[in-house]
Design a protein around this ligand. Structure first.
Ligand code: FPP
Length: 214
């Protein structure tokens, strides 16, 4: 969800306002994804590298996450949304951990579309943790690693969209992206709308997926 900072800067607003508008985009795009019938939507909210940002920005982001869970949980419960969190979220502040645990518990029986939030997440860390667990249980194979990834049980990653003109993966879902289609757009995340998601899905539908075959 790149571009919150640049969106704010263009308007001479504090970065935190860009992140606030980013949350509004999260809300509208995730509702649209459900309405369009997507099985899962994963959002990269906070990376293991984001800790190097200034303390006030980190705490603004954590505050926004807390507020998002508090204000939208009832909707997830009502709309049968399966909430999943990727990454080392248990290492976050105790009040946020408690909030997430409660949200996961309240949505645990849901069977509908998954809303997945990567929080304190890094793909290399995820793969290393999964490989360690797989090794402790026996043979290390593609399947045994996959079963220990944070995304275990979620559908395969089909489409990865990165906003704001950056053309790299930045440690996001590296394993899962093996055969994912990718779309890189210049749109800044706060401006990313359901119409942009719709256009991305139309582009995805045109792609020929060969998975290494021909
Ligand atoms: C990248 O933009 C965005 C982030 C590091 C944070 C994304 C988090 C949110 C939108 C808030 C909470 C999330 C949820 C799921 C409620 P940037 O700051 O790197 O912007 P820039 O690339 O323009 O500097």
């Amino acid at each position: 969800m790149d571009g919150n900072g640049r969106w704010a800067k263009k308007r001479h607003l504090p970065r935190a306002v860009g992140h606030q508008r980013g949350v509004e985009a999260v809300r509208s795009v995730s509702r649209a994804a459900r309405a369009m019938g997507l099985e899962a939507l994963t959002l990269y909210a906070f990376s293991t590298e984001n800790w190097s940002r200034p303390e006030d920005e980190v705490s603004a982001l954590m505050g926004l996450l807390k507020h998002f869970i508090q204000s939208d949980l009832a909707e997830f419960v009502r709309d049968n949304v399966r909430l999943r969190i990727l990454g080392e979220w248990r290492a976050l502040a105790p009040d946020l951990v408690a909030l997430i645990e409660d949200a996961l518990e309240q949505t645990a029986a849901n069977t509908g579309p998954a809303l997945v939030v990567a929080l304190n997440y890094g793909a290399q860390d995820e793969i290393a943790r999964a490989a360690t667990k797989a090794a402790a249980k026996g043979a290390v194979t593609i399947g045994s690693i996959e079963a220990e990834l944070d995304t275990a049980g979620l559908p395969p990653l089909d489409l990865l969209i990165r906003t704001s003109g950056e053309v790299r993966l930045s440690n996001f879902l590296l394993w899962q992206a093996a055969y994912a289609e990718m779309i890189f757009t210049d749109v800044l995340w706060p401006d990313f709308s359901p119409a942009h998601l719709h256009d991305a899905l139309a582009e995805f539908a045109e792609r020929e997926r060969r998975y290494g075959g021909r």
